[in-house]
Design a protein around this ligand. Structure first.
Ligand SMILES: Nc1ncnc2c1ncn2[C@@H]1O[C@H](COP(=O)(O)OP(=O)(O)OP(=O)(O)O)[C@@H](O)[C@H]1O
Ligand SMILES: [Mg+2]
Length: 374
């Protein structure tokens, strides 16, 4: 199985230097508060598009006092543990830029890594996902969509780029050139419909993913998308939705100029999750139920993409076991095994991972060093 076989860190948060090999099984990291468990997961997450699992600035990721940092992973199999080497580096004079490399050759940003690895994660910061604003839920949905459809990265970037240029044109000191606005709005409509279509495909994939999961341990969820484009695509042809979006943008120029941003589009969409067994919206569910729903969604996402096994999916599950009772911990271990995904799991106590036994490689983390547990 292709998995992360080696991780190297230079000056990443609490890690001055780390060079750790893994044997391809899942990895369990345990250690006291502040020992560096989440930092390690975050470092891996920086090899996917975006700001990683803490949404942090690169200057915060860099170890205090250092002027740059580096993260590298080798992906491979038992036969060839160093098949592919992915790395990022941030260094002066552009410390907020990630310089990405694949097998030592410059690559155009971490988007290029999507051909080699997909990542999904859950952290305690997402515990309030269902009760807070739409933006975090949208981020969660888009990350899930990236694991199902690599082209989602390009469509999202193209949309954001055109939208930023339109915002700048509308709010600039000179009155905007209407021809330029039309070009940008055409780009927004085209890429926006692609973004919404990919999200819809993901919602459908999740429903299929649930069918592949062992029943019972994690609640089923129904995922509905709220958004002008997503809802439009459910009942109309994509070309019609695209034309309508473009018209809305053209008619909304004055309003958007006053607001300083585009008031409609897929950057405003939301994700509604329903706990199917209870027929209740996720936001009304208990804390533990919400956590179980989130885990279920991540697992369903992993199950839905099993036919894309050419690109391995890595799951980063920060402090997930602590929320689960013994029965659910055992179920999680079984499902991960069944999915064939390498997971990186953290927790303060090693006993939380008894159900994994020999299925995972276990390490004690202490002040930036890893020691394999015998
Ligand atoms: N940029 C940085 N440079 C140096 N140290 C940092 C930096 N950012 C965070 N740290 C330190 O990293 C340490 C470990 O953090 P981390 O979140 O990985 O711990 P953890 O093992 O996940 O703990 P917990 O069990 O509490 O979640 C913290 O003590 C923090 O102060
Ligand atoms: Mg932590």
């Amino acid at each position: 199985m292709t998995a992360i076989r080696r991780l190297t860190l230079q000056n990443v948060r609490s890690y001055a230097a780390l060079d750790q090999r893994f044997d391809g099984r899942s990895v369990v990291l345990t250690g006291p508060n502040g020992s560096g468990k989440t930092n390690l997961l975050e470092a891996i997450s920086l090899l996917s598009p975006g700001r990683g699992l803490r949404s942090a600035r690169l200057s915060d990721v860099r170890r205090q006092g250092a002027d740059g940092f580096g993260v590298g992973v080798s992906l491979g199999t038992d036969a060839d543990p160093d098949e592919t080497r992915l790395s990022i580096r941030s260094a002066p004079p552009r410390p907020e830029r990630r310089e990405a490399r694949v097998d030592g050759q410059p690559a155009s940003g971490p988007g290029a890594f999507l051909d080699h690895v997909a990542m999904s994660w859950l952290t305690p910061a997402q515990d309030r996902l269902f009760v807070e604003g739409a933006s975090e839920r949208r981020r969660f949905l888009d990350r899930m969509t990236l694991t199902q459809d690599r082209a989602h990265a390009q469509a999202s970037a193209a949309y954001e780029h055109a939208m930023r240029q339109r915002n700048a044109a509308l709010t600039g000191p000179r009155s905007p050139d209407p021809r330029l606005l039309t070009v940008l709005e055409t780009q927004m409509a085209e890429s926006g419909v692609a973004v919404a279509a990919a999200r819809r495909a993901t919602a459908a994939a999740l429903a299929r993913g649930y069918e592949g999961l062992r029943e019972g341990a994690f609640p089923g969820a129904e995922v509905a998308l709220e958004g002008f484009l997503e809802e439009g695509l459910a009942i109309r042809a994509a070309s019609d939705v695209e034309a309508e979006f473009q018209e809305r943008l053209a008619n909304g120029r004055r309003r958007d100029a006053e607001a300083g941003r585009a008031l409609t589009g897929p950057h405003r969409s939301d994700l509604h999750v329903t706990h199917t067994d209870k027929a209740q919206p996720a936001r009304l569910c208990s804390t533990g139920e919400q956590k179980a729903l989130l885990i279920g969604l991540v697992l369903a996402g992993a199950a839905a993409r099993r036919d894309q096994a050419d690109v391995p999916l890595i799951l980063l599950l920060d402090e997930v076991a602590a929320h689960l009772d013994q029965h659910r911990r055992a179920a999680l271990s079984d499902i991960l095994e069944q999915l064939g995904c390498q997971a990186f799991l953290t927790g303060t106590d090693a006993e939380l991972f008894d159900a994994w036994g020999a299925r995972a490689q276990a390490f004690a983390v202490s002040e930036g060093t890893l020691t394999e547990r015998g």
